[in-house]
Design a protein around this ligand. Structure first.
Ligand code: GLU
Length: 309
Protein backbone atom coordinates (compact mmCIF):
# COMPACT_ATOMS: atom_id res chain seq x y z
CA UNK A 1 0.00 0.00 0.00
CA UNK A 2 1.33 3.38 -1.02
CA UNK A 3 1.15 6.08 1.66
CA UNK A 4 -0.35 9.32 0.46
CA UNK A 5 1.11 12.81 0.56
CA UNK A 6 2.01 13.94 4.04
CA UNK A 7 -0.19 17.02 3.98
CA UNK A 8 -3.49 15.10 4.02
CA UNK A 9 -2.07 12.54 6.44
CA UNK A 10 -1.13 15.42 8.76
CA UNK A 11 -4.59 16.99 8.49
CA UNK A 12 -6.27 13.67 9.28
CA UNK A 13 -3.91 13.01 12.19
CA UNK A 14 -4.50 16.44 13.70
CA UNK A 15 -8.29 16.26 13.43
CA UNK A 16 -8.33 12.65 14.64
CA UNK A 17 -6.61 13.53 17.94
CA UNK A 18 -8.60 16.72 18.38
CA UNK A 19 -11.92 14.86 18.04
CA UNK A 20 -10.67 11.91 20.12
CA UNK A 21 -9.69 14.21 22.98
CA UNK A 22 -12.99 16.06 23.01
CA UNK A 23 -15.85 14.67 25.04
CA UNK A 24 -18.14 12.42 23.00
CA UNK A 25 -21.80 13.13 23.64
CA UNK A 26 -22.92 9.93 21.99
CA UNK A 27 -24.10 6.53 23.21
CA UNK A 28 -23.67 3.01 21.86
CA UNK A 29 -26.77 1.45 20.25
CA UNK A 30 -28.26 -1.02 22.69
CA UNK A 31 -31.51 -2.03 21.01
CA UNK A 32 -29.62 -4.84 19.26
CA UNK A 33 -28.04 -6.47 22.34
CA UNK A 34 -24.90 -7.75 20.57
CA UNK A 35 -24.08 -4.25 19.28
CA UNK A 36 -23.50 -3.02 22.83
CA UNK A 37 -20.58 -5.43 23.34
CA UNK A 38 -18.06 -3.09 21.80
CA UNK A 39 -15.53 -0.72 23.37
CA UNK A 40 -17.14 2.73 23.23
CA UNK A 41 -13.75 4.42 22.78
CA UNK A 42 -12.89 2.68 19.49
CA UNK A 43 -12.09 5.25 16.82
CA UNK A 44 -10.62 4.69 13.38
CA UNK A 45 -10.30 6.60 10.11
CA UNK A 46 -9.17 5.47 6.67
CA UNK A 47 -9.01 7.26 3.34
CA UNK A 48 -8.41 5.66 -0.06
CA UNK A 49 -7.68 7.83 -3.07
CA UNK A 50 -8.44 6.79 -6.61
CA UNK A 51 -4.75 7.15 -7.51
CA UNK A 52 -3.88 4.31 -5.12
CA UNK A 53 -2.70 6.42 -2.18
CA UNK A 54 -4.20 5.71 1.23
CA UNK A 55 -3.85 6.54 4.91
CA UNK A 56 -5.34 5.12 8.10
CA UNK A 57 -5.19 6.02 11.78
CA UNK A 58 -6.49 4.60 15.07
CA UNK A 59 -8.61 1.42 14.91
CA UNK A 60 -8.91 1.52 11.12
CA UNK A 61 -8.08 -2.16 10.66
CA UNK A 62 -10.53 -3.47 13.25
CA UNK A 63 -13.76 -4.96 11.97
CA UNK A 64 -17.09 -3.59 13.16
CA UNK A 65 -20.76 -4.12 12.31
CA UNK A 66 -21.48 -1.91 9.30
CA UNK A 67 -25.27 -2.28 9.74
CA UNK A 68 -27.20 0.07 7.42
CA UNK A 69 -24.10 0.94 5.39
CA UNK A 70 -24.57 -2.49 3.77
CA UNK A 71 -27.91 -1.29 2.38
CA UNK A 72 -25.99 0.64 -0.29
CA UNK A 73 -24.37 -2.61 -1.43
CA UNK A 74 -27.61 -4.61 -1.57
CA UNK A 75 -29.22 -1.75 -3.50
CA UNK A 76 -26.29 -1.68 -5.95
CA UNK A 77 -26.67 -5.40 -6.61
CA UNK A 78 -30.45 -5.23 -7.09
CA UNK A 79 -30.19 -2.08 -9.25
CA UNK A 80 -27.56 -3.72 -11.45
CA UNK A 81 -29.94 -6.61 -12.18
CA UNK A 82 -33.28 -4.84 -12.31
CA UNK A 83 -32.33 -1.46 -13.79
CA UNK A 84 -34.79 1.43 -13.55
CA UNK A 85 -37.71 -0.94 -12.86
CA UNK A 86 -36.51 -0.99 -9.26
CA UNK A 87 -37.99 2.48 -8.71
CA UNK A 88 -41.53 1.16 -9.16
CA UNK A 89 -41.06 -0.55 -5.77
CA UNK A 90 -39.06 2.12 -3.97
CA UNK A 91 -39.09 5.90 -3.83
CA UNK A 92 -36.05 8.20 -3.59
CA UNK A 93 -37.27 10.82 -1.13
CA UNK A 94 -35.83 11.54 2.31
CA UNK A 95 -38.27 10.14 4.85
CA UNK A 96 -37.94 12.76 7.59
CA UNK A 97 -38.86 9.93 9.95
CA UNK A 98 -36.90 7.40 11.97
CA UNK A 99 -35.27 4.59 9.96
CA UNK A 100 -37.63 2.01 11.42
CA UNK A 101 -40.83 4.04 11.24
CA UNK A 102 -44.10 2.43 10.17
CA UNK A 103 -46.16 5.61 9.85
CA UNK A 104 -45.42 6.71 6.27
CA UNK A 105 -45.94 3.25 4.81
CA UNK A 106 -49.65 3.50 5.42
CA UNK A 107 -50.14 6.67 3.36
CA UNK A 108 -47.53 5.61 0.77
CA UNK A 109 -49.32 2.26 0.28
CA UNK A 110 -46.32 0.08 1.08
CA UNK A 111 -43.81 1.88 -1.18
CA UNK A 112 -40.87 2.78 1.09
CA UNK A 113 -39.70 6.39 0.88
CA UNK A 114 -36.15 5.31 0.00
CA UNK A 115 -33.93 2.21 -0.14
CA UNK A 116 -31.95 3.08 3.01
CA UNK A 117 -34.68 3.11 5.63
CA UNK A 118 -35.41 -0.38 6.96
CA UNK A 119 -38.63 -0.65 4.91
CA UNK A 120 -36.71 0.07 1.69
CA UNK A 121 -33.90 -2.34 2.51
CA UNK A 122 -36.48 -5.07 3.19
CA UNK A 123 -37.96 -4.55 -0.29
CA UNK A 124 -34.44 -4.71 -1.78
CA UNK A 125 -33.86 -8.03 0.05
CA UNK A 126 -37.14 -9.32 -1.38
CA UNK A 127 -35.94 -8.36 -4.88
CA UNK A 128 -32.60 -10.12 -4.32
CA UNK A 129 -34.39 -13.32 -3.30
CA UNK A 130 -36.35 -13.15 -6.58
CA UNK A 131 -33.43 -12.48 -8.91
CA UNK A 132 -30.60 -14.52 -7.34
CA UNK A 133 -30.30 -18.27 -6.97
CA UNK A 134 -28.28 -18.09 -3.75
CA UNK A 135 -28.90 -14.58 -2.40
CA UNK A 136 -26.76 -14.92 0.75
CA UNK A 137 -23.72 -16.28 -1.07
CA UNK A 138 -24.06 -14.03 -4.12
CA UNK A 139 -24.47 -10.89 -2.02
CA UNK A 140 -21.28 -11.73 -0.14
CA UNK A 141 -19.31 -12.48 -3.33
CA UNK A 142 -20.54 -9.16 -4.76
CA UNK A 143 -19.07 -7.40 -1.71
CA UNK A 144 -15.80 -9.40 -1.96
CA UNK A 145 -15.44 -8.23 -5.55
CA UNK A 146 -15.36 -4.56 -4.52
CA UNK A 147 -13.25 -5.06 -1.45
CA UNK A 148 -10.71 -7.20 -3.30
CA UNK A 149 -10.69 -9.62 -0.36
CA UNK A 150 -12.70 -12.60 0.88
CA UNK A 151 -11.99 -11.70 4.49
CA UNK A 152 -15.38 -9.97 4.83
CA UNK A 153 -18.25 -11.97 6.27
CA UNK A 154 -21.63 -11.91 7.96
CA UNK A 155 -21.66 -12.08 11.75
CA UNK A 156 -24.08 -14.85 12.68
CA UNK A 157 -23.90 -13.64 16.28
CA UNK A 158 -25.17 -10.16 15.34
CA UNK A 159 -27.76 -11.53 12.89
CA UNK A 160 -29.13 -13.82 15.61
CA UNK A 161 -29.27 -10.98 18.11
CA UNK A 162 -31.19 -8.82 15.61
CA UNK A 163 -33.59 -11.62 14.87
CA UNK A 164 -34.36 -12.08 18.56
CA UNK A 165 -35.23 -8.40 18.98
CA UNK A 166 -36.44 -7.55 15.47
CA UNK A 167 -40.06 -6.88 16.39
CA UNK A 168 -40.24 -3.65 14.40
CA UNK A 169 -38.64 -5.14 11.32
CA UNK A 170 -41.07 -8.06 11.51
CA UNK A 171 -43.93 -5.55 11.66
CA UNK A 172 -42.52 -3.53 8.74
CA UNK A 173 -42.05 -6.58 6.55
CA UNK A 174 -45.55 -7.91 7.18
CA UNK A 175 -47.06 -4.47 6.71
CA UNK A 176 -45.35 -4.02 3.30
CA UNK A 177 -46.45 -7.53 2.35
CA UNK A 178 -50.06 -6.55 3.06
CA UNK A 179 -49.69 -3.95 0.28
CA UNK A 180 -48.19 -6.54 -2.10
CA UNK A 181 -44.71 -4.99 -2.19
CA UNK A 182 -43.03 -8.05 -0.61
CA UNK A 183 -43.38 -11.13 -2.83
CA UNK A 184 -41.57 -13.78 -0.76
CA UNK A 185 -42.25 -15.03 2.74
CA UNK A 186 -41.50 -12.35 5.38
CA UNK A 187 -39.35 -14.89 7.30
CA UNK A 188 -37.10 -15.43 4.29
CA UNK A 189 -36.83 -11.70 3.58
CA UNK A 190 -36.08 -10.89 7.22
CA UNK A 191 -33.37 -13.57 7.43
CA UNK A 192 -31.55 -12.04 4.46
CA UNK A 193 -32.04 -8.55 5.91
CA UNK A 194 -30.53 -9.51 9.29
CA UNK A 195 -27.54 -11.09 7.55
CA UNK A 196 -27.09 -8.01 5.37
CA UNK A 197 -27.03 -5.74 8.43
CA UNK A 198 -24.56 -8.07 10.18
CA UNK A 199 -21.73 -7.64 7.64
CA UNK A 200 -18.48 -6.76 9.40
CA UNK A 201 -15.63 -4.74 7.89
CA UNK A 202 -12.81 -2.46 8.97
CA UNK A 203 -12.63 1.19 7.90
CA UNK A 204 -9.90 0.16 5.47
CA UNK A 205 -12.09 -2.52 3.87
CA UNK A 206 -15.03 -0.13 3.79
CA UNK A 207 -13.10 2.54 1.87
CA UNK A 208 -12.03 0.06 -0.80
CA UNK A 209 -15.47 -1.54 -0.97
CA UNK A 210 -17.12 1.82 -1.70
CA UNK A 211 -14.43 2.79 -4.20
CA UNK A 212 -16.69 1.97 -7.17
CA UNK A 213 -19.08 4.77 -6.17
CA UNK A 214 -16.26 7.33 -6.34
CA UNK A 215 -14.81 5.72 -9.46
CA UNK A 216 -17.69 6.08 -11.97
CA UNK A 217 -19.03 2.61 -11.14
CA UNK A 218 -15.73 0.78 -11.63
CA UNK A 219 -13.97 -1.33 -9.00
CA UNK A 220 -10.96 0.53 -7.56
CA UNK A 221 -7.73 -0.49 -9.22
CA UNK A 222 -9.51 -2.48 -11.93
CA UNK A 223 -11.23 -1.44 -15.11
CA UNK A 224 -14.27 -3.57 -14.37
CA UNK A 225 -17.57 -1.68 -14.51
CA UNK A 226 -20.08 -2.74 -11.83
CA UNK A 227 -22.61 0.03 -12.35
CA UNK A 228 -23.11 2.45 -15.23
CA UNK A 229 -22.20 6.09 -14.74
CA UNK A 230 -25.86 7.04 -14.53
CA UNK A 231 -26.69 4.37 -11.90
CA UNK A 232 -23.61 5.37 -9.90
CA UNK A 233 -24.68 9.01 -9.95
CA UNK A 234 -28.15 8.02 -8.78
CA UNK A 235 -26.92 5.91 -5.87
CA UNK A 236 -24.66 8.78 -4.80
CA UNK A 237 -27.65 11.14 -5.04
CA UNK A 238 -29.75 8.88 -2.81
CA UNK A 239 -26.87 8.64 -0.31
CA UNK A 240 -26.63 12.43 -0.32
CA UNK A 241 -30.32 12.95 0.37
CA UNK A 242 -31.18 9.86 2.45
CA UNK A 243 -27.92 8.42 3.83
CA UNK A 244 -28.08 9.73 7.40
CA UNK A 245 -31.55 8.90 8.72
CA UNK A 246 -33.41 12.13 9.44
CA UNK A 247 -30.10 13.96 9.73
CA UNK A 248 -29.25 13.81 6.01
CA UNK A 249 -29.78 17.56 5.60
CA UNK A 250 -27.46 18.21 8.53
CA UNK A 251 -24.76 15.94 7.06
CA UNK A 252 -24.99 17.69 3.67
CA UNK A 253 -24.86 21.04 5.46
CA UNK A 254 -21.91 20.22 7.71
CA UNK A 255 -19.88 17.80 5.57
CA UNK A 256 -21.04 18.15 1.96
CA UNK A 257 -20.34 14.63 0.68
CA UNK A 258 -22.59 11.72 -0.25
CA UNK A 259 -22.31 8.98 2.35
CA UNK A 260 -24.02 6.40 4.52
CA UNK A 261 -24.01 5.70 8.23
CA UNK A 262 -24.99 2.69 10.32
CA UNK A 263 -25.95 2.15 13.95
CA UNK A 264 -22.68 0.27 14.48
CA UNK A 265 -21.04 3.73 14.42
CA UNK A 266 -19.55 3.58 10.94
CA UNK A 267 -19.77 6.30 8.30
CA UNK A 268 -18.50 6.06 4.74
CA UNK A 269 -18.42 9.20 2.59
CA UNK A 270 -16.93 9.92 -0.80
CA UNK A 271 -15.76 12.65 -3.09
CA UNK A 272 -16.53 11.48 -6.66
CA UNK A 273 -13.38 11.00 -8.75
CA UNK A 274 -11.13 11.62 -5.74
CA UNK A 275 -11.48 9.51 -2.60
CA UNK A 276 -13.52 7.44 -0.16
CA UNK A 277 -13.19 8.13 3.56
CA UNK A 278 -14.43 5.81 6.32
CA UNK A 279 -14.78 6.56 10.01
CA UNK A 280 -15.79 4.33 12.91
CA UNK A 281 -16.68 5.41 16.43
CA UNK A 282 -19.56 3.47 18.04
CA UNK A 283 -21.06 6.25 20.18
CA UNK A 284 -24.10 7.60 18.34
CA UNK A 285 -25.83 10.97 18.54
CA UNK A 286 -29.57 11.18 19.17
CA UNK A 287 -30.30 10.70 15.44
CA UNK A 288 -28.34 7.43 15.29
CA UNK A 289 -25.21 8.74 13.54
CA UNK A 290 -21.69 8.37 14.94
CA UNK A 291 -21.02 11.44 17.10
CA UNK A 292 -17.26 11.48 16.51
CA UNK A 293 -17.66 10.34 12.90
CA UNK A 294 -19.82 13.35 12.02
CA UNK A 295 -17.45 15.69 13.84
CA UNK A 296 -14.37 14.26 12.16
CA UNK A 297 -15.85 14.51 8.66
CA UNK A 298 -17.11 18.04 9.21
CA UNK A 299 -13.65 19.18 10.27
CA UNK A 300 -12.00 17.18 7.46
CA UNK A 301 -13.97 18.75 4.61
CA UNK A 302 -13.57 22.18 6.24
CA UNK A 303 -9.79 21.80 6.55
CA UNK A 304 -9.31 20.40 3.03
CA UNK A 305 -11.83 22.74 1.44
CA UNK A 306 -13.10 19.91 -0.73
CA UNK A 307 -16.75 18.96 -0.97
CA UNK A 308 -19.22 18.33 -3.80
CA UNK A 309 -20.65 21.83 -3.40
N1 GLU B 1 -30.09 -3.68 11.55
C1 GLU B 1 -30.54 -2.41 12.00
C2 GLU B 1 -32.04 -2.45 12.19
O1 GLU B 1 -32.74 -3.07 11.44
C3 GLU B 1 -30.13 -1.38 10.98
C4 GLU B 1 -30.09 -0.07 11.60
C5 GLU B 1 -29.18 0.90 10.94
O2 GLU B 1 -27.95 0.76 10.90
O3 GLU B 1 -29.76 1.88 10.45
O4 GLU B 1 -32.58 -1.89 13.10
Amino acid sequence: MQVMNSQIADIITQIFYKVKNEESLGEIAKYIPELSNVDAEKFGVHIAFLNGESFGIGDFQEKFSIQSIAKVLSLSLAYRHLGERIWTRLDVEPSGNAFNSLIQLESDKGIPRNPFINAGALVVCDILIDILQNPKEELLSFIWQFAGTKSINYSLRIAKSEKQTGFRNIALCNFIKSFGNIKNSPEEVLDLYYLLCSVEMSCEELSYTFGFLANKGKILGADQEILSLSKTKRINAVMQTCGFYDESGEFAFRVGLPGKSGVGGGIVALMPNQYVVSVWSPQLNEKGNSFRGMKFLEEFTTATNVSIF
